[in-house]
Design a protein around this ligand. Structure first.
Ligand code: NAD
Length: 336
């Protein structure tokens, strides 16, 4: 059996990481039919947009994509391709696991968190306008439908994966209407899972402090879009940084797998960046396809090469390049 998969190499370090990921995924022996689709900076010049419709058509056809990071201009220019892709395909759940790994030096040894971020609304709708020359407004949209949908996703994930607790994160003490609605929606869904999955809530500032002091108290977090973006980077920092943090954007009809990190332009083309995050995103993709055995082999291979520590990239204290690390993982996958 061959799986058709859309492959978006992306900008900056993206293409090198995509090559590394393809090498490791193909080492599992699973057949992939890669539909390579460029998007981002390169297509602005040639097609006038960083997200051509053909990219979306490809993902609608294959139902699954793996994507390198894409550069987003700060302050002006095109809307983020990442945000545009999630909106166009209604990829409403952004799932970002943060697990400690042996061989990665961090403050904590036993972090095991799943961050579930709402991906379609909140301030990321980009509804902004200037109010005269010296003021600007951003509109935050929170709906019951989207909040209940993400809460249900989190609880269903908890049941399916044997997780014990979901913590809803908000700032409902200040944004009583918008964050209040998010919290109320989570509470409504939590009631349906009472006795099966525990539920609690935390105010986002306190949550950040608690995660830095005692991450082991938490299991799964469900958050609106902006807090989810920030807190998932914080969680990535707890387990070794952006180089090792994978992610998935899940919708009803399509799923896009990508690392938490961005395009790190200063390392582009240097064979330096750590491909672990995208390779582990590939393992999440295999799991999503039902290829659980292959997913476990990839995760185990990554963990064993990192634990050994002789062929790791600069961010993990080594001197290996992107390609050498990927080759070491791929050969471990073949042996496994
Ligand atoms: P970044 O994640 O690219 O870099 C942050 C820091 O982490 C840098 O020091 C970088 O060198 C390091 N880093 C990131 N990935 C690494 C890896 N794989 N291996 C080793 N070190 C790594 O974040 P940024 O600098 O804020 O953003 C750069 C660009 O990426 C921006 O245009 C931003 O909009 C975009 N971005 C895209 C995505 C995405 O495509 N999903 C996500 C975040 C940021």
């Amino acid at each position: 059996m061959t799986y058709p998969v859309t492959l978006i190499p992306g900008d900056g370090i993206g293409p090198e990481l995509a090559d590394a990921t393809v090498l490791v995924l193909e080492a599992t022996g699973i057949g992939f039919e890669w539909d390579v689709q460029s998007a981002g900076e390169a297509t602005i010049a040639t097609e006038g947009t960083p997200l051509p419709e053909r990219v979306l058509d490809s993902i609608r056809r294959t139902g699954v994509a793996i994507k390198g990071p894409i550069t987003t201009p700060v302050g002006s220019g095109f809307r983020s391709v990442n945000v545009g892709l999630r909106a166009a395909l209604d990829l409403y759940a952004n799932v970002r696991p943060a697990h400690s790994m042996a061989g990665v030096e961090t403050r904590y040894a036993n972090v095991d968190l799943i961050i579930v971020r709402e991906n379609t609304e909140d301030l990321y709708l980009g509804i902004e306008h200037r109010v005269g020359p010296d003021a600007a407004e951003s509109i935050k949209i929170i709906t019951r439908a989207a909040s209940q949908r993400i809460a249900r996703y989190a609880f269903e994930y908890a049941v399916a994966n044997g997780r014990r607790k979901v913590t809803a994160v908000h700032k409902a003490n200040i944004m009583k209407l918008s964050d209040g609605l998010f919290l109320e929606s989570c509470q409504q869904i939590a009631a349906e899972y009472e006795g099966r999955v525990a539920f609690e809530d935390r105010i986002v500032d306190n949550m950040c402090m608690q995660l830095v002091q005692k991450p082991e108290l938490y299991d799964m977090l469900v958050l609106p879009n902006l807090y989810g973006d920030i807190v998932s980077d914080l969680a990535a920092g707890l387990v070794g940084g952006l180089g090792v943090a994978p992610g998935a954007n899940i919708g009803e009809r399509a799923a896009v797998f990508e690392a938490v990190h961005g395009s790190a332009p200063k390392y582009a083309g240097l064979d330096k960046a750590n491909p672990t995050a995208l390779i582990l995103s590939g393992a999440l993709m295999l799991r999503h396809m039902g290829e659980t055995g292959a997913a476990t082999r990839v995760e185990t291979a990554v963990r064993s090469v990192i634990a050994e520590g002789t062929t790791v990239t600069y961010d993990l204290g080594g001197s290996a390049g992107t390609r050498a690390f990927a080759a070491a993982v791929a050969s471990r996958v073949r042996e496994g």
